[in-house]
Design a protein around this ligand. Structure first.
Ligand SMILES: *[C@@H]1O[C@H](CO)[C@@H](O)[C@H](O)[C@H]1NC(C)=O
Ligand SMILES: *[C@@H]1O[C@H](CO)[C@@H](O)[C@H](O)[C@H]1NC(C)=O
Ligand SMILES: *[C@@H]1O[C@H](CO)[C@@H](O)[C@H](O)[C@H]1NC(C)=O
Ligand SMILES: *[C@@H]1O[C@H](CO)[C@@H](O)[C@H](O)[C@H]1NC(C)=O
Ligand SMILES: *[C@@H]1O[C@H](CO)[C@@H](O)[C@H](O)[C@H]1NC(C)=O
Ligand SMILES: *[C@@H]1O[C@H](CO)[C@@H](O)[C@H](O)[C@H]1NC(C)=O
Ligand SMILES: *[C@@H]1O[C@H](CO)[C@@H](O)[C@H](O)[C@H]1NC(C)=O
Ligand SMILES: *[C@@H]1O[C@H](CO)[C@@H](O)[C@H](O)[C@H]1NC(C)=O
Ligand SMILES: *[C@@H]1O[C@H](CO)[C@@H](O)[C@H](O)[C@H]1NC(C)=O
Ligand SMILES: *[C@@H]1O[C@H](CO)[C@@H](O)[C@H](O)[C@H]1NC(C)=O
Ligand SMILES: *[C@@H]1O[C@H](CO)[C@@H](O)[C@H](O)[C@H]1NC(C)=O
Ligand SMILES: *[C@@H]1O[C@H](CO)[C@@H](O)[C@H](O)[C@H]1NC(C)=O
Ligand SMILES: [Cu+2]
Length: 799
């Protein structure tokens, strides 16, 4: 039997790699293979499968295939016309008292963002099953209400679309755990607070100049986000930051170690208060106290973080050139052309036995929908919910769409990738990022399967299909990859490249700081923090009634009839998740649990559930926030408290976080903790929420950028007893070399290629060299007033 042979060969390999000379046992095994008469052809048609040196002519590359989506993409974002209709409709609602975004000041109401309201799954499934027409389209708009003393933001549902006499608007509250998406905005007056920050600093301009080398005007001054809430007061900590003397935006590497604390409660600047100076771990509660200490020579002069005029914050090549590095490196080409099909109109893709739809949202970027494998749905929805950077400061954004810029062919994606646009709507503008999503196949670099024995050597290429986009949110560049493999696996990966962040209060400066990070440059500590990225995976394995099972390997001591002594062995223990009370999970120590999802009614012929397994794949998969019960972010980041959660699906439990929560983190629109109650998880529609990320203690290697190689995390989802064998066996890109075993020297008698084609001929690399001068910026179309023929271009105002 196959497994027996594999086990025997495993032993053989182990023996040969550990022993210098073949042991008698090894020799015996080798002979056994030699004498074995393995039929080389099985039932293959050898003439068809024999290696043909002229198999594939490069001059004859087929055109890229196109797909026709089986149905309308009901998750697709708003079209420009839909967005314009919604904005025009809202401006007509006198109750909202809106000012055009382009004219709005801090005391005007305005529409900030607009997106599709994802339809309820119940309606969507009926449509997908052909039982109902497509769900009506609705938008949701986030409106900032600023004409009042207690400003707030709130989301509104607008629809049905397109706008007609039937269109109405109403607060969007059914997906909030507090029953409302209204959030107080405590930071509506940044123009006025900025005036206060600078005028306060200017009072000690002489000290600033003596400590930092230049007076206040020469520094950027900005505060924390979100603001802190202490004893009912709204607190801003404000720091001095160096202004880089180049195009490199390394400002977050240039904290100057002087901080001011303000109480900016309310909208009346006359009631705001300066609360103190912080320098070198000494807190001065008044400017007078700071000046007094200075005059007495008690303020210690510390090493300056004066890097703005040097190249260390930049990303350009530095240092001696590496050997042979001036020669072009290996590269991948696609000699056979594109082997997947895309329906750009409906945002639908097919590759091998996979198909799915995609959508693009302003808050979370790309999402995948209705992922099918071999014709069966396995995942209804897969996408990012929120990313968190947390230390003594906290940072969440919920805005990955706006920063999903054009990709760099040949670097982000191979030159042969298919590139498509993405569009988002904010500030009454619709912005299209050209070529910001790419699709490509590539050879992963190691075979999907390989084997050598006494009579043959075989291998299957590991060709994977990836969809990718990159969001550069401030100083973080997150690459988001969805990769599909021939063995049925689907991986979610985030290599993130971080223009190093040192946003922590005080600890960013190097002083007395070993407990919070390493000193990484003159006057600079790489302050430690966590990155947590939360994902939603709405699984539907052979129907929506699903169960999570744990198949755990445990040690066991057994007394067998056939053995006089007890034997220490291992066994498989099966259990199932019953209830959301137990739905907060950690990855088990020693990887002993296999976490499976299946429909209990769907067993294979051996009586095993046809399952899919989720497991950590790369790097910081399965991590979670070190800081629990965050003093900064409170319940708004409850999604980050454990590596994996399982909940029962509800149309109302759509996301684990909400972008507006950062305004008032202790009263979040969505408190993910509230999703976990006592609901049943057995044979229900289930959602898995998992975290990827890293505990980031920046070291000198993080300068100027934290690199993708180690700041990389991924999760993988694979068939488990789902099929009767490994589906990679279907790939034609497999070879088997059959040796002649009769003579002493191995010679290859036959090469079986199974229909796979070897590309032959000359490939014109010039024709695929990217034209980097064709890289383009954004295209913006103003929606109010709306004039699609005269797009308005302003690449600065991207939110
Ligand atoms: C090899 O390929 C060429 C060109 O496609 C074809 O004409 C020929 O029949 C093939 N030979 C075999 C043995 O398949
Ligand atoms: C490949 O195509 C070129 C150009 O059409 C032709 O000259 C050449 O004969 C072809 N080679 C084979 C093996 O078919
Ligand atoms: C808004 O009101 C104006 C004036 O009544 C009307 O012409 C326009 O069609 C309305 N727009 C929408 C989208 O309702
Ligand atoms: C409408 O907004 C303006 C500012 O844009 C404000 O001055 C005015 O008081 C508001 N009207 C009402 C009725 O709230
Ligand atoms: C669609 O209709 C069929 C036949 O009435 C029913 O069995 C099935 O459950 C329906 N599916 C959905 C998703 O509505
Ligand atoms: C508005 O709703 C009514 C009643 O449902 C319907 O008859 C009419 O066709 C709708 N109008 C539009 C423009 O959809
Ligand atoms: C940086 O360079 C500018 C001139 O390019 C100079 O004016 C400034 O003083 C320099 N700053 C520091 C901190 O060296
Ligand atoms: C991508 O965006 C550019 C610029 O707006 C546009 O010219 C092009 O047609 C778009 N491509 C598609 C497929 O929509
Ligand atoms: C499930 O949670 C309940 C309540 O927290 C606890 O008593 C029980 O032991 C848990 N069961 C399992 C299997 O973990
Ligand atoms: C979170 O911290 C607050 C304040 O320190 C405390 O009152 C509360 O009990 C804590 N909650 C949990 C769940 O630990
Ligand atoms: C979607 O589901 C929510 C929550 O169950 C419900 O309140 C809402 O009415 C549904 N929307 C539609 C259009 O059915
Ligand atoms: C290779 O491609 C370049 C650019 O498309 C073209 O100018 C050149 O003629 C091609 N060379 C050959 C040998 O086909
Ligand atoms: Cu980091």
């Amino acid at each position: 039997m196959r497994t027996t042979v594999a086990a025997a060969v495993g032993a053989l390999v182990a023996a040969s790699s550990t022993l210098a000379a073949p042991s008698p046992k090894f020799a015996y095994m080798k002979d056994r293979f030699k004498s074995q008469r393995i039929p080389v052809n099985f039932n293959l048609d050898v003439s068809k499968n024999q290696y043909n040196s002229s198999a594939y002519n490069l001059t004859d590359v087929p055109a890229a295939p196109t797909a026709k989506a089986p149905h309308k993409n009901v998750w697709a974002g708003l079209s420009n016309d839909e967005a314009a209709g919604v904005i025009g409709f809202l401006h007509n609602q006198t109750d909202l008292n809106l000012t055009a975004a382009a004219d709005a000041g801090p005391w005007d109401n305005l529409i900030t963002t607009l997106d599709i309201l994802t339809p309820n799954k119940t309606e969507t499934l009926a449509f997908l099953a052909g039982n109902a027409s497509a769900p009506e389209r609705y938008a949701y708009a986030t409106i900032s209400f600023n004409t009042i003393d207690e400003p707030y933001v709130e989301d509104f549902i607008v629809g049905p679309l397109p706008v007609s006499e039937n269109t109405t608007y109403a607060p969007y509250s059914f997906r909030s755990t507090k029953g409302s998406s209204r959030v107080r905005n405590y930071d509506a007056d940044s123009d006025k607070t900025y005036e206060l920050f600078t005028s306060t600093a200017q009072e000690v301009d002489d000290i600033i100049e003596a400590l930092l080398g230049a007076p206040t005007d020469n520094w950027d001054i900005w505060g924390i986000d979100p603001l802190w809430h202490e004893d009912g007061k709204v607190i801003s900590w404000v720091g001095f930051w160096g202004i880089p003397d180049s195009v490199f935006d390394g400002q977050t590497l240039l904290p100057q170690g002087i901080y001011m604390k303000f109480d900016i409660t309310g909208r009346d600047p006359s009631k705001w208060e300066f609360l103190g100076w912080l320098h070198n771990y000494v807190y001065y509660p008044t400017t007078a106290a700071f000046r007094d200490a200075w005059d007495k020579g008690l303020v210690e002069m510390t090493t300056r973080n004066a890097g703005m005029n040097s190249t260390w914050i930049g990303t350009d090549r530095k240092g001696p050139e590496l050997p042979h590095d001036d020669q072009p490196p290996p590269m991948q080409i696609a000699p056979g052309g594109q082997r997947f099909s895309v329906d750009e109109e409906e945002q639908y893709v097919e590759w091998m036995d996979f198909s799915y739809y995609w959508s693009f949202r302003r808050d979370t970027g790309v999402r995948l929908w209705d992922i099918k494998y071999k014709g069966e749905k396995i995942i209804h929805e897969l996408g990012l919910n929120e990313a968190l950077a947390h230390s003594r400061r906290t940072w969440t954004r919920g805005m990955f769409g706006p920063y999903s810029f054009e990709l760099i062919a040949g670097y982000d994606c191979p030159t042969y990738a298919k590139f498509v646009n993405s569009t988002f709507h904010a500030n009454e503008l619709s912005t299209t990022h050209r070529n910001s999503i790419c699709f490509f196949e590539q050879d992963v670099g190691f075979p999907m399967q390989r084997h050598t024995n006494g009579v043959y050597a075989s291998a299957t290429k590991n060709i994977a299909f990836t969809m990718k986009h990159v969001s550069t949110v401030g100083n973080y560049d997150y690459s988001f990859l969805y990769t599909f493999y021939l063995d049925g696996s689907i991986a979610v990966e985030v290599p993130s490249l971080i223009m190093l962040s040192t946003l922590d209060i005080q600890s960013a400066y190097y002083a007395k700081n070993g407990e919070y990070g390493y000193q990484i440059h003159d006057g600079l500590s790489g302050s430690m923090h966590d990155h947590v990225l939360n994902w939603k995976m709405d699984v539907d394995i052979l129907g929506t009634a699903n169960t999570v099972g744990f198949h755990t390997v445990e040690p066991k001591t057994v007394k067998y009839d056939w053995s006089p002594v007890e034997r220490n062995t291992m066994h498989l223990v099966r259990s199932e998740l019953k209830n959301e009370a137990n739905g907060t999970l950690e990855w088990s120590k020693n990887g002993k649990d296999m976490v499976l999802v299946y429909n209990k009614e769907e067993k294979n012929k051996y009586g095993e559930e046809r399952a899919w397994r989720i497991m950590p794949h790369i790097g910081g998969a399965g991590m979670f926030s070190t800081i629990q019960n965050s003093t900064n972010a409170g319940p708004s980041i409850n999604f980050a408290t454990s590596p994996l959660f399982v909940t029962q699906y509800h149309d109302s439990e759509f996301n684990s976080a909400h972008p507006s929560s950062a305004y008032d983190p202790f009263n979040p629109v969505i408190d993910f903790g509230k999703y976990l109650n006592d609901e049943n998880l057995e044979q229900e529609d289930l959602v898995l929420w998992f975290n990827l990320g890293m505990h980031h203690v920046p070291h000198t290697g993080d300068l100027g950028n934290t690199v993708h190689q180690t700041a990389h995390a991924g999760m993988i989802f694979s068939p488990h007893n789902y099929l009767y064998s490994g589906p990679q066996e279907q790939s034609s890109n497999m070879v088997r070399l059959v040796y002649n075993t009769s003579s002493g020297d191995a010679t290859v008698d036959k090469v079986l290629t199974f229909g796979g084609q070897t590309a032959m001929g000359l490939f014109n690399l010039t024709a695929i060299a990217p034209d980097y001068y064709a890289y383009q910026g954004d295209e913006n179309t103003r929606k109010f007033p709306y004039d699609p023929l005269h797009p308005y271009d302003d690449t600065e105002s991207i939110v």
